[in-house]
Design a protein around this ligand. Structure first.
Ligand code: NAP
Length: 231
């Protein structure tokens, strides 16, 4: 049997990240489920393992450089390459509007939602080769072309994440490593809330497609429902 494809997902103890792990494990991926909360992460792994999936836990707090470095060292001990990296972890901590923007909360949002993915990519890129893919889970809230006053700190951090996607897509084009942002839509999770119209299965559809099927020359793009949207 060929070696299974590997995927590492950040912020995967619940919500979209957990569902991505589950679906990719079902497709035969060797899954590295990461979370900042060890108890929650190990619990999620144990649950998926009981279904017979090839799934492993690594502690990873994307807001802490030391944690990212340690996670990358742990991954190197497994001695497999990394086919797909999913930067999923994020926070939505806006408490007010742009007139009262709180610098501390803006820095916190950027640290997790934007610098986190940059640091994760820079620490895990050494495990990735031609034909591999990086998926940055962004949001419609980060679209400059369609931006409204909703959650300004979160929106700014996701717009900046989209710029991160373009930067890495540009420098990795020569190596044939694809880099995409993805918009899952408004999804029923702790972040999306109970009133969200999309079930988890729909929210992860494009992420799973990018990880498993999408052509590698689809890079530097921002798909939603498997179709490119304007940044
Ligand atoms: N739900 C939606 O409607 C929606 C819409 C557009 C985009 N998105 C995006 O989809 C992704 C997943 O969102 P979700 O709806 O699944 O959110 P969620 O239910 O709130 O889950 C967020 C996950 O990120 C983790 N996380 C937060 N900060 C972290 C850190 N510093 N290090 C590691 N993990 C961290 C959380 O871990 P803890 O359990 O430890 O807090 C949790 O596992 C996010 O990038 C979000 O912006 C969601």
């Amino acid at each position: 049997m060929n070696n299974p494809k590997t995927v590492l997902v950040t912020g995967a103890n619940r919500g979209i990240g957990l569902e991505v792990c589950k679906q990719l494990a079902e497709l035969g991926f060797k899954v590295f489920l990461t979370a900042r909360n060890v108890h929650a992460g190990e619990h999620a792994v144990a649950k998926l393992k009981s279904n017979g999936h090839d799934i492993h836990f690594i502690e990873l707090d994307v807001s802490k450089e030391e944690s990212i470095k340690t996670a990358s060292q742990k991954f190197s001990q497994v001695d497999v390459g990394l086919n797909v990296l999913v930067n999923n972890a994020a926070i939505l901590i806006d408490d007010t509007n742009i007139f009262n923007a709180n610098t501390e909360l803006l820095i916190k949002s950027l640290n997790t939602n934007t610098f986190g993915p940059v640091n994760v990519i820079n620490n895990f890129l050494k495990f990735m080769n031609k034909g591999c893919r990086i998926i940055n889970v962004s949001s419609g809230a980060g679209l400059i072309s369609n931006m409204i006053s909703y959650a300004p700190l979160y929106s700014i951090s996701k717009a900046a994440l989209n710029a991160v996607t373009k930067q890495f897509a540009s420098v990795l084009a020569g190596k044939k490593i694809a880099v995409n942002s993805v918009d899952p839509g408004w999804v029923k999770t702790d972040m999306g809330g109970r009133g969200a119209p999309r079930p988890l299965s729909k929210g992860v559809e494009t992420i799973v497609w990018l990880a498993s099927e999408a052509p590698i020359d689809l890079t530097g793009k921002f798909p939603k429902d498997k179709r490119e949207v304007e940044w």
